[in-house]
Design a protein around this ligand. Structure first.
Ligand code: 3HC
Length: 629
């Protein structure tokens, strides 16, 4: 087998090149090749300096995750990075794409780093339940400082080349299209500089106040995960002990995480997310339809959020409403959301203007004639949706994709109201649609393969994680919620309280429990709207106007800041129902709540799989991770 590593001589500079598609992961063959190439450079008297760069779309994007959990093949990455750093001749990392994880650690072990402006550097191991285990936690703070090292390791978010340069992590930003030539020139400039700068020989001062503030500010984000604290502990260690001792600490912490359940689960999700993008019977090379303009019907919370996804990705949107005031209100909310992002520094003011400038608000449905994709986001009524799709059939150009954002309804029935059911698909966004990452793509009986492939590719472009679902009431996610709600209601009747049930769900790892979710979404959602018809606890709450957070009263009472407290009135209502139904009230254990609410969901997931409404078990996991947190 040919090595993925080759070398090229540019006079006295040896360029070491990795070609290991798709992302130059640092698998065994790459590590062996790097080891051999560095030795070659050190041994060759004609070589004054070395450059490491990668072919393809990116610099090394990390260790090869497929090797994790298997016996390690020598040399390990820690050995390779130590060898690079120990080189008696200077080594320059030439970075494009994303230098992530082990890739960033290779760069840190090089004596200098140059990068193109579009490059990103990061240590995302924490997202796999790990920490940078090839010296990254010890070298990064020594090069970039304590604060940035804490942020990069514990959040896992990458930083831009510019920010890396400001922090001293990148020595020079070079031309976007002249990386190799500029890196070779840089290598010549520094070839004779002695001593050679080595990250492990630097030191970084302790600063408990910085560590305390960082940990406090991120406590909520890190809740339930072991890896962030381990990353923080390793980085702090770098400020306290010599390098060699810090490395030992890092290794021990890394192995603990690697052997644990959390990392195994997070690695499963990494691959599950990528697997979800694949559709079993649709070839990967299916010709996609071009989506240059998107139409959205409805400027409410969903329609506005959906539109923002496309505008942020630079795709113009035509948004249609029935009344001018609703249209103005909807576009006003979008602008305020963008401005809030800008105020937090997540967008530049000119980006806000560019996004809003690409929005065409209108009251005229026929304005959708030139759209390549139209997404209907009006309220859940089959009759209304059928009427809209019937009209779209007459308005939209041939080949346009017609999508419904329905959360429950039958896509096939909607498709049947058009003369082109092959172009109809479900695109179920989760609220808030501009934030939540999940998109359930609902495949109707007649949905064309290229429609499905186009929507899946588009989802990736707008930063969503898409999962294909079949036509079934509530699709994957909401269908699984229903039996949980039924069981939670039964538990109330048998003696549990909303507070207990919600607490148990949060302790299990959910962001909120079923009654908190009900209050957030609106107790009145799907309610029959007849205050005299009171058949269950929900009807009783809705009839009294306890519609949830928006009314400061639902299953909980809320203050002006929406802080919840248990409601005496709700306890009375529950007690009334218990009496009426003659149910015997007893002490309910937390364990019983977990078993009865969560096992029912597992059952429903298994049924969904059995009926072929999800392609694979891991798709169900992806829905729950990205749709419900
Ligand atoms: N190892 C093995 N395979 C990897 C991989 C890795 N580190 N990174 C990506 N891949 C695979 C993906 O599974 C996918 O395979 P598929 O085509 O068969 O589904 C393929 O490469 C392309 O990946 P994406 O679809 O994600 O491509 P994108 O262009 O969207 O994103 C990326 C590229 C930003 C590099 C993204 O893949 C990514 O974030 N990768 C993971 C980076 C990471 O976590 N690195 C740290 C690894 S742990 C580590 O280094 C430990 C060390 O400290 C000891």
């Amino acid at each position: 087998m040919t090595s993925p590593i080759r070398t090229e001589r540019h006079d006295d500079v040896l360029v070491i090149i990795s070609d290991n598609p798709p992302v130059n992961a640092l698998g065994a063959a790459v590590r062996q090749g790097l080891d051999a190439a560095i030795r070659q450079g050190v041994a060759d008297d004609g070589v004054a300096a070395m450059v490491i760069r990668c072919d393809g779309r990116t610099f090394f994007a990390g260790a090869d995750i497929t090797e994790f959990g298997k016996p390690m093949q020598e040399p390990g990455l820690p050995t390779v990075v130590d060898m690079i750093e120990a080189s008696a001749k200077p080594v320059v990392a030439a970075i494009h794409g994303t230098a992530l994880g082990g890739g960033c650690e290779v760069a840190l072990s090089c004596h200098y780093r140059v990068a193109v402006p579009s490059a990103k550097l990061g240590v995302p191991e924490v997202k796999l339940g790990l920490l940078p285990g090839a010296g990254g936690t010890q070298r990064l703070p020594r090069v970039a400082g304590l604060k940035l090292a804490l942020e990069m390791t514990a959040t896992g978010n990458p930083i831009s080349a510019k920010r890396a340069q400001e922090a001293g992590l990148v020595d020079r930003i070079v031309g976007e299209d002249s990386l190799e030539a500029d890196a070779v020139a840089f290598a010549r400039e520094i070839a004779a500089v002695r001593p050679i700068p080595r990250a492990s020989e630097r030191s970084v001062a302790a600063d408990p106040a910085v560590v305390e503030a960082f940990t406090r500010e991120n406590a909520k984000r890190f809740r339930g995960f072991d890896a962030p604290a381990a990353n923080i502990a390793c980085v702090v260690k770098a400020t306290e002990v010599p390098f060699a001792e810090g490395i030992q600490f890092e290794r021990a912490e890394f192995m603990k995480l690697m052997m644990g359940n959390q990392s195994a689960a997070q690695r499963h999700i990494f691959f599950a997310e990528r697997q979800a993008a694949k559709i079993d019977d649709v070839p990967a090379d299916t010709q996609l339809r071009a989506i240059k303009r998107v139409g959205v019907i409805g400027a409410g919370t969903m329609g506005g959020g959906i539109s923002m996804n496309f505008l942020s990705a630079g795709i113009p949107v035509t948004i249609v409403e029935m009344q001018q005031d609703a249209l103005d209100r909807g576009t006003g909310v979008m602008r305020r959301n963008y401005e809030a992002s800008a105020a937090k520094g997540r967008m530049k003011p000119e980006q806000v203007e560019a996004a809003m400038g690409a929005l065409t608000p209108t009251l005229d449905l026929t304005a959708l004639a030139d759209c390549d994709l139209v997404i209907e986001a009006v309220y859940e009524s089959m009759d209304v949706k059928k009427e809209i799709f019937g009209k779209l059939d007459g308005i939209c150009k041939p080949g346009a994709i017609l999508a419904s954002n329905t959360s429950y309804l039958d896509i096939d029935e909607i498709a049947a109201s058009t003369s082109r059911p092959q172009d109809v698909v479900g695109m179920h966004f989760f609220s808030p649609a501009n934030v939540m990452k999940l998109l359930e793509v609902v495949r109707g009986a007649k949905t064309a393969p290229d429609v499905l492939a186009t929507v899946m590719a588009l989802a990736k472009k707008i930063g969503k994680v898409a999962v294909v679902a079949g036509v079934t009431y509530g699709f994957i996610g909401n269908r699984m919620l229903m039996p949980r709600q039924v069981e939670a209601n039964k538990l109330l009747m048998e003696g549990a309280t909303p507070e207990q049930i919600d607490r148990v769900h949060v302790a299990f790892g959910m962001p909120m429990g079923p009654f908190q979710m009900s209050d957030l979404a609106g107790v009145d959602i799907g309610w029959h709207r007849d205050p005299t018809r009171i058949e269950n606890i929900r009807d009783a709450l809705a009839a009294e106007g306890r519609w949830g957070q928006k009314k400061q009263a639902g299953f909980y009472d809320y203050d002006e800041k929406r802080n919840p407290s248990p409601s005496a009135r709700v306890a009375e209502i529950i007690e009334d129902f218990r009496k009426k139904s003659g149910s015997t009230v007893r002490e309910i254990s937390d364990e019983e709540i977990v078993e009865r609410t969560l096992y029912t969901m597992v059952n429903e997931g298994a049924l969904i799989l059995e009926e072929g409404k999800a392609q694979r078990a891991s798709d169900v996991d992806v829905v729950w991770i990205y749709g419900y947190g």
